[in-house]
Ligand binder design. Structure first.
Ligand code: C5P
Length: 399
């Protein structure tokens, strides 16, 4: 993980966890970042400017004016930063941040900053649980700041509970991940994604459906949006939601509705990913009234649904087309056959035989096939799998 070329401004407030900031600076520097430290006047009771400036190789300020009469420009430091991290963030500093109580250089710098802000709170367990802390952390998140939650464990007071500042390595990894997630590598690309199951009505109250949760498609949409893509997400019935400003979510119910929606957007898409578990068949007739249980047997005649992805393959002009294959036998052979039959550029195979893969799970175990290559991945969270899939797409479209 790299932070090469990034400017990181660490804001240290007056808590015992400040002693860990030396390790945090070292970690940032090791990852290639430039570091400046700013502190609240109280933080000087816990750590010295000398040790922090030696490690960060930059002067450390806590006051608006230095002893030699020079003004320390909070604006300049705020504009320099690619990211600002409050660590440790005491309840006092947190409250000042969210209410604009600008009585020290550190808060003035914060209020001038336009960069992403991270907060690593550290306080005693009862303070951490206090409604005012909870409210202030919520407010900070509403501002768009990212809270790195305090950890459980032994506290300086001797009590044990949640309140310990996250470990320096956790903090630096979270920030490195943030930059990886936010590389705008898909900026300007229009991505169409299908997700979730489809429900095929039998009568006004019943349907034929499947166990798909929509997780894979929603993660793909979120991750692509974070990379700057303009995403159209067409989802069958799923309890999931997304509020990302780069995602236009359309909810549909049946395969036919999904089909119509997809072809409203397909022509303009650069990349299309079909992760929906579309029902292959739908009842030929939908009963207009609830079917009564009069007979011992009930026969429902099914007719084939349109194959959305296959039609996308037939209509393909410039789009990079990705399909999914969920197989229970002859996985590789079936996935490759689908790649050709549906005219795809890439197919993602997950086997129901793999433990941890498939419907409703949080993890997935995938293999990716293209015409000439195959890529194997470990069992991972669906969020990480979404990144693997997008990385592979990016590599192939940029070839
Ligand atoms: O042929 P099969 O259903 O196994 O193919 C799975 C792939 O095709 C998935 O990417 C799925 O989203 C897509 N598909 C579709 N429309 C269908 C059936 C499957 O888009 N009716």
């Amino acid at each position: 993980m790299s932070l090469s070329g990034k400017n990181i401004l660490i804001a240290v407030s007056g808590g015992i966890a400040a002693y860990k900031i030396h390790f945090l600076i070292r970690d940032f520097v090791k990852k290639g970042a430039s570091v400046q430290v700013i502190m609240s006047p109280d933080a000087e009771h816990f750590v010295t400017k000398l040790s922090l400036s030696t490690l960060s190789k930059n002067p450390v300020y806590s006051e608006f004016y230095s002893d030699n009469g020079t003004w320390n420009s909070h604006v300049e430091m705020a504009l320099w930063a690619d990211v600002m991290i409050f660590a440790p963030c005491t309840s006092n500093t947190l409250a000042k941040m969210v209410h604009g109580i600008c009585d020290n250089l550190m808060i003035a710098t914060y209020m001038s900053a336009k960069c992403p802000v991270f907060i690593a709170p550290a306080m005693d367990l009862d303070m951490y649980q206090h409604p005012s802390t909870k409210l202030n952390l919520e407010l900070a998140e509403d501002f768009g700041h990212i809270v790195i939650p305090a950890e459980n464990g032994e506290l300086a007071s001797g009590l044990v509970g949640q309140g310990r500042m996250a470990e320096p390595e956790t903090i630096s990894n979270t920030i490195a991940d943030f930059f990886t997630d936010n590389k705008k590598s898909l900026h300007g690309k229009k991505i169409l994604i299908t997700a979730g199951p489809t429900y095929e009505a039998i009568d006004p109250v019943r349907f034929i459906g499947n166990h798909s949760s929509g997780k894979m498609g929603f993660y793909l949409a979120e991750k692509a949006a974070k990379r700057g893509a303009e995403v159209t997400l067409i989802s069958g019935p799923s309890s999931l939601n997304t509020k990302h400003e780069n995602i236009q979510l359309h909810r549909v119910t049946s395969a036919k509705e999904m089909y119509s929606k997809v072809f409203e957007f397909y022509e303009n898409a650069d990349i299309a990913i079909a992760s929906a578990a579309v029902a292959d068949y739908a009842p030929k007739e939908i009963a207009s009234e609830k079917i009564k249980k009069n007979d011992e047997t009930l026969t429902i005649e099914l007719i084939k649904n349109p194959d959305i992805l296959k039609t996308m393959g037939e209509k393909k002009t410039h789009q990079f087309l990705v399909g999914f294959a969920l197989e229970t036998q002859n996985e590789e052979e079936n996935a490759l056959a689908k790649l050709h039959k549906k005219n795809l550029d890439m197919i993602v195979l997950n086997s129901l035989r793999d433990e941890g893969a498939g419907f409703q799970k949080d993890t997935n175990h995938i293999r990716i096939f293209t015409e000439n290559d195959r890529f194997e991945f470990d069992l991972k969270s669906k969020e990480e799998v979404a990144d693997d899939i997008l990385n592979q797409i990016e590599t192939l479209i940029l070839k």
